[in-house]
Design a binder for this molecule. Structure first.
Ligand SMILES: NCCC[C@H](NC(=O)CCC(=O)O)C(=O)O
Length: 445
């Protein structure tokens, strides 16, 4: 049996915009009210996904969410026709309208936490959608995320889909952005690392003071229970609260792992040595590479600006590892120098490939944010909805679909335009047919 780590990238939705919704996410705040280009954003994402498929990787796409979210606007008391609801919300509560229009589901690293079947006691592949309760605009994602995941991984024999965790700050959960899996081979039992920013039930534990910690230890522990993980194959690590306060709102802005490589910044974690020892002990005897980037080579500000750690580390069919980085890393002198050096360090990482994902980067989402990793064997890959898997046909269909339906300019003022809603629904309805997803959206029910 063959094993792979597939990447499922979020297709950027037609309402991609810059609304400054994410306090603690420096890029989101600094680009608030900038004019976006949804067409370019979607195409940048598709280019990256197709390039990985062309490298021989298993690559899928996850459909975006329905935005503007009329269902939520009606739930909070706006009434009348769709156009009236949008109009009233724009006048009476523009901030709430913006929250209901975000295309933030593109960052599928926050869609769910995924545990491969090799790690789970029942031998199934487990998914728990993230509740994303820390941000209003993201807290409205999990139900539809669950629908899209169930329509994509649509086989009960192999895939176990859980409900998102209770919608309370005690269970703040941001999905795979705070979760990394180490293993020697994808098909073998791995070590799941859960990184959290605060302990909800222990106020004395360290936590950031300026920006929110979006993930709690309690949420991570609940996921591990739901996914039937073994204590011996699970490590909980506290994120360094000081770096959260410098804009590291998810762990995947400061650390990334793949197979036997953990690539992280010197300041990423608390009690680093103690945690590395636990990882070594639980990982067992196989070779393990800790690539620690020191502050004197790359400072936190450079890491946050360039997204050096929001890179994907992938294992190519040749067995070599490659880093998939945003072009922003090339544009930062210290980071570019470091990436030129990292391929010479004698670790499995031998290549770096750069992609322009600037439309997403301007909202704080790099290559790693745009993808959900799903380690699978070939039987499981065959059980996935095949219309979601990237190949020449899907690439061309999705590009044509974007060309047909997407605008190349969208400002926050456009979000109240009923025409945007009509365009978005028309596009998504067609997409569900193209990807054979069934009725995953409220407007289709
Ligand atoms: N993993 C990357 C997530 C980025 C995302 N940005 C946003 O939602 C910005 C949306 C805006 O400001 O328009 C977030 O912060 O959760």
């Amino acid at each position: 049996m063959k094993h792979f780590e597939a990447n499922f990238d979020g297709l950027v939705g037609p309402t991609h915009n810059y609304a400054g919704l994410s306090f603690g996410n420096v890029a989101s705040l600094s680009n608030a009210a900038a004019v976006s280009n949804p067409k370019a954003a979607a195409k940048q994402g598709l280019q990256k996904a197709k390039a990985l498929a062309d490298m021989g990787m298993v690559q899928g796409m996850l459909a975006p969410q329905e935005r503007p979210d009329l269902h939520t606007l009606r739930r909070i008391g706006f009434t009348g026709s769709d156009a009236e609801v949008l109009n009233k919300a724009a006048k009476q509560a523009p901030a709430l309208l913006r929250a209901c229009c975000s295309a933030s589901s593109m960052w599928t690293a926050n869609a769910a936490t995924v545990s491969p079947s090799a790690d789970c006691a029942d031998g199934k592949l487990h998914f728990t959608p993230a509740n994303l309760v820390d941000k209003l605009h993201r807290s409205i994602e999990p139900v539809t995320t669950g629908n899209i995941l169930a329509a994509t991984f649509n086989n009960e024999k192999h895939f176990s889909h859980h409900q998102h965790l209770p919608e309370h700050a005690s269970f703040g959960d941001e999905g795979a952005a705070n979760h990394t899996r180490l293993c020697n081979e994808y098909g073998n039992k791995g070590l799941e690392l859960f990184v959290y920013g605060q302990e909800a039930t222990n106020p004395a534990a360290p936590k950031p003071s300026k920006y929110p910690a979006r993930q709690t230890l309690e949420a991570s522990q609940a996921i591990a229970r739901l996914h039937k993980l073994d204590d011996d194959n699970t490590v909980y690590i506290s994120q360094n609260p000081d770096v959260i306060d410098q804009g590291v709102f998810h762990n995947d802005v400061i650390a990334v792992g793949n197979q036997n490589v953990l690539f992280y910044h010197q300041q990423a974690f608390l009690n680093t040595q103690h945690k590395l020892d636990e990882i070594k002990r639980k990982f067992g005897s196989s070779e393990l590479h800790f690539i620690e980037v020191p502050t004197d080579k790359v400072g936190i500000q450079d890491a946050v600006k360039s997204y050096l750690f929001n890179t994907q580390i992938i294992t190519l069919p040749s067995g070599e590892m490659a880093i998939i980085a945003p072009t922003n890393c090339q544009e930062n002198e210290a980071v570019h120098a470091y990436l030129q050096e990292v391929v010479t360090l004698g670790t499995p990482i031998k290549q770096v490939h750069y992609f322009d994902v600037k439309q997403s980067m301007q909202n704080g989402g790099g290559p790693a944010c745009l993808r959900l990793r799903v380690a699978m064997n070939d039987t499981e890959v065959a059980a996935v909805n095949q219309h979601t898997l990237m190949n020449d046909v899907l690439f061309s269909e999705l590009n044509n679909w974007v060309d047909k339906h997407y605008r190349d300019r969208l400002s926050v003022d456009d979000l109240a335009d009923p025409q945007v809603l009509i365009e978005s629904r028309t596009a998504l309805d067609e997409l569900t047919q193209l990807m054979q997803l069934g009725s995953v959206y409220q407007f289709q029910k």
